[in-house]
Ligand binder design. Sequence first.
Ligand code: GLC
Length: 633
Amino acid sequence: MLRKFTSGNPVPTGAVLTSPKAEPVEAFPLLHGTKNGGFYFSFTMEPNGIVYGLGEAPRGINKRGWVYESYCSDDPFHTETKSSLYAAHNFIILSGERHFGVMVDFPARVRWDIGYTKTDEALITLSGTDFDLYLITGDSPRDIVRQFRAAIGKSYVPPFWAFGYQQSRWSYHNSAALDSVIEGYDKANIPLDCVYMDIDYMDGYKDFTVSETAFPDFKSYVAGKREQGIHLIPIIDAGVKKEDGYRVYEEARDKGYFCKRADGSDFEGGVWPGICGFPDFLRPEVREWFGSQYRYLLDMGIDGFWNDMNEPAIFYSAEGIKQALDKAAEARGENIDLGKFFSLKDTFMGISNRQEDYSSIYHLIDGKPVNHQKVHNLYGANMTKAAGDYFAEHCGEGEILMFSRASYIGAHRTAGIWFGDNHSWWSHILLNLKMLPSANMCGFLYCGADLGGFNENATRDLVLRFLALGVFTPLMRNHAALGTRDQECYRFERPEDFRDIIEVRYRLIPYLYKLFKTASEENDMLFRPLSFDYPDDPVARECETQLMLGEDCMIAPVYEQNVGGRAVYLPEDMRFVKLSGSRAESVELKKGLHYVQIALNEVPLFIKKGKKIPLCQPALRTRDLECEKVTYI
Ligand code: GLC
């Protein structure tokens, strides 16, 4: 059962589509109150109770023992001591003797102290008093997820080809660079469907432009790639470069579409191109206008996009730089002590994504100025809605691939997400795994992390092990940062090992795509924690390194270096299947703990006893897959 409780005058977020009539917040059955201009509620967690949720967030599947904050943040260091990542997914489930879920529909900062201050208490604090709360009770966590997902609406389904393997890098600067990647894959016979165009394809990092030097005849270039079966996926950033004569900027400025400062002037902040205006995506007319800008690239034959920097990321503002320089000038010639030194250093380090900058931004909601901090977590979601609404109206259903960095629940209906700037760290394989079921709970089914890791240098074995998990994630994209080691598969020794892994993905695509569509149709999860399916099994309940996939399978990737396998827990008798290229070996294992050997070119999969799953023949492109011609393993 789902109940809605309203306090004050909430900003409409569009997250929840169907709900019963709201009750006053006083009727909210969990302990609650107001404090320091905000609202809090709390509940006691039984010793064995698990708290799931929060979608894209740091740490475990079980969220207990940490404090999280919903505040979309451009933070490229996803260490376990962080509280926020790029998204704000305000939905949790407590599962113990009783099960209930709570969704906090409130787009400003929310603090989730889940047993951090007091081991057995969850204390959730909202930084305001205008919000909706949803309380969902049910027989099991999965039942609660289904009810919640029914209320927030069906998840985005991407085109079929978006399940193909995707290669990205910041940046393939021009057509020659893109061609050499495609050639590298084709020569190594490694399947590939998409290649990404990061910021350098643009003319001076200006959205909805293509550099003529890099791509002299972009339209025919795109058409040529499509003939080869390759989709090019350009990035779109939230900030629009301030430049006289740049049509997109001038249009937004003249129509008054940028976010404002308190004095009514356009807010300006620096991103890749320098000073930018930030479209006020919270206004329907601005969304409509911004969405229609994608037309320029659609007309060039582009059919996929990734929306970035939409937390929004603000590298600097004139005010922030001035503050730091003034402080530095004050310190000049002085014998600065520890306190002053660190304060100076922190001021410089804090120039990016500065709270004072966010606080100085205003949106127009129903014609009235609203401070950005009150709606911060809606910005990226509405950028994505702008594009999604345009595609829904002007392109065929499921024609356009789109995913975003920042998101709020509701954006799951129009796009997927990727988990942002992770690192080439072994621990990030597990972080990726742990976020999958949490994101699914909140409606985000099309998701994945930068395989191989974005920041820092990857090793060959890390990329292989990361990819072996990526075989199962709907978005299977290898992406790396500027200045890091090349991590395209064909660049490493023995590229055939990479082919073995990626071919497994292509063999599984018909099965995975079907599972995905069913999960979307039935408001279900693609990935579930083992505890969802085996609530009475104490080992399964605590498992943080394996996931259930669909009804019949379990995945357990290798996530450590220099090991030839891993320990795996089977909550029931299963077949351990090793997939590698066209090879598939399977052995029956009994319920319990096992150590299984997995070579670098093998993908481990566990299939429930008596169940079989279809595999097709691999192909170099998804368009060449013969989805009906399958064998069963
Ligand atoms: C951001 C994105 C990353 C991209 C980079 C350059 O850091 O998260 O994926 O490569 O910007 O556009």
